[in-house]
Design a protein around this ligand. Structure first.
Ligand code: NAG
Ligand code: NAG
Ligand code: NAG
Ligand code: NAG
Ligand code: NAG
Length: 435
């Protein structure tokens, strides 16, 4: 298929309606506690790292003061192990009083005062995965109302300790209950991850109508093996997953582990690039108080973020899988622009991959290329051969402008200028020319 035909095919699949709560029209961005901090409740011995209001306040301060918020990283999300082991006298969930002495409502206010949002966690079942009180079918309404009363902005509904029948009732019921509170609350459903992530057990049309995002697959860990395993599953099943995604409804391959211990800098760029291609939610799970400048630079890359946040919300795909271990990924973007990622599965040395845009099915024309991680620019005709040098387990990532044809020279000049002096509007997810 040619680029235009592919675009058309992608556009056709975006017909399904999304959950009508107005939020998350582009993939949500922020910070989520789980991968890095797990269920560390040992505040006596580990006060800086335990699941407590101090941890979330620290991360909120970093997001607000270190340039993250302005780039779109606005959610501060609590995961498991936040609650007391007992519901209160009125049957409501309550935060652990020792670790969250101010309570969740006050924490939400703290976020809102700083232009941030608060996310919280619950579980469709008798217990959370960590053994805290779960939300059985009879508790759905009261828990939704409790989160709304606390002015929470996002809710992740895990699925430990429930069966398929209960999940089939519970996830849509919670969607209704959240809506009935009148507060727009982004709704993250772990449901498909508990049902194998694929049809016929998973109905992605239904998910798009009731959830804003959903975990399709297993939890990420702090290792390249884990990242690669997730990447493999998502792109092997891309024909099922791509049509499910769109504004307000996203596949979630799980958190970014960039800035932790398991990934090299090349692997960190690979995770960022592939999550941008997948239109994945960008929830970092790292320690923003001590993050290295290298990891920060990757996570704060404006061009990668703007690709992730493209307003069309079309999830990208793998278009080439070479025997040499080089793979090419492509995502259509607003205004006939696109993103390309050249990825190497090799483990010997940087590989010089030769191809041209025509071979990648780009139509006739001249394209301005912006290299996302080196800031270099160049112009390529569809017929011009080029070579990219891709590091082992690394990527080269390009933003490719709309084609400029020879008889449209004036228009082309404008495109170059825009690319040289672009800025990012994270709220709209679009590129804007600098003044
Ligand atoms: C280009 O289009 C052809 C014909 O539709 C298709 O067979 C091929 O897989 C496409 N190649 C890429 C890289 O998308
Ligand atoms: C609830 O659902 C209705 C109908 O889909 C929608 O118009 C409304 O905005 C929703 N409200 C919230 C708070 O999600
Ligand atoms: C699921 O759980 C419910 C209630 O706990 C039980 O009544 C039902 O039989 C279970 N269904 C299956 C298929 O295991
Ligand atoms: C999936 O859900 C949609 C929307 O609720 C429904 O119309 C459709 O029949 C379901 N598909 C299957 C195969 O159950
Ligand atoms: C995008 O490409 C299509 C097909 O080549 C063309 O008709 C359309 O005018 C282009 N749109 C923009 C905004 O450049």
């Amino acid at each position: 298929m040619h680029l235009a035909a592919l675009l058309f095919a992608s556009a056709l699949s975006v017909g399904t309606l999304a959950l009508d709560n107005g939020v998350m029209r582009t993939p949500p961005m922020g910070w989520l506690a789980w991968e890095r901090f797990r269920c560390d409740i040992n505040c006596e011995n580990d006060p800086k790292n335990c699941i407590s209001e101090n941890l979330f306040i620290d991360m909120a301060d970093r997001l607000a003061e270190d340039g993250w918020r302005e780039l779109g990283y606005v959610y501060v999300n609590i995961d498991d192990c936040w609650s007391s082991m007992e519901r209160d006298a009125k049957g409501r969930l309550q935060a652990d009083p020792k670790r969250f002495p101010g309570g969740i409502h006050k924490l939400a206010r703290y976020m809102h005062d700083r232009g941030l949002k608060l996310g919280i966690y619950g579980d469709m079942g008798t217990h959370t995965c960590g053994g805290y009180p779960g939300t059985t079918l009879d508790k759905i309404q009261i828990d939704a109302q409790t989160f709304a009363d606390w002015e929470v902005d996002m809710f992740k509904f895990d699925g430990c300790y429930s069966n398929a029948t209960e999940q089939e009732k519970g996830y849509p019921l919670m969607s209704k209950a959240l809506n009935a509170t009148g507060r727009p609350i982004g709704y993250s459903c772990s449901w498909p991850a508990y049902q194998g992530g694929l049809p016929p057990k998973v109905n992605y049309t239904l998910l798009g109508q009731i959830c804003n995002l959903w975990r399709n697959y297993g939890d990420i860990q702090d290792s390249w093996d884990s990242v690669l395993n997730i990447v493999d599953w998502f792109f092997e099943n891309q024909d099922v997953l791509i049509p499910a995604a769109g504004p307000g409804r996203w596949n979630d391959p799980d958190m970014l582990v960039v800035g932790d211990f398991g990934l090299s800098m090349d692997q960190s760029r690979s995770q960022m690039a592939l999550w941008a291609i997948m239109a994945a939610p960008l929830f970092m799970s790292n320690d923003l108080r001590t993050i290295s400048s290298g990891a920060r630079t990757i996570l704060q890359n404006k061009m990668a973020i703007s690709i992730n946040q493209d307003p069309m919300g079309i999830q990208g795909r793998r278009i080439v899988k070479e025997k040499t271990g080089i793979e090419v990924f492509w995502r259509p973007l607003l205004k006939n622009a696109s993103a390309l990622v050249f990825f190497s599965r090799r483990n010997d040395m940087p590989y010089r991959y030769q191809t041209n845009l025509g071979k990648l099915n780009y139509t006739f024309g001249s394209y301005k290329i912006f290299d996302v991680f080196t800031d270099k620019t160049m112009t390529l005709k569809d017929t011009t051969d080029f070579v990219v040098s891709v590091n082992p387990t690394g990527v080269v990532m390009w933003y490719v402008s709309a084609p400029a044809k020879r008889n449209l020279r004036q228009k082309f000049r404008q495109t170059i200028l825009q690319n040289k002096h672009w800025t990012v509007e994270t709220d709209k997810g679009s590129l804007r020319k600098n003044k």
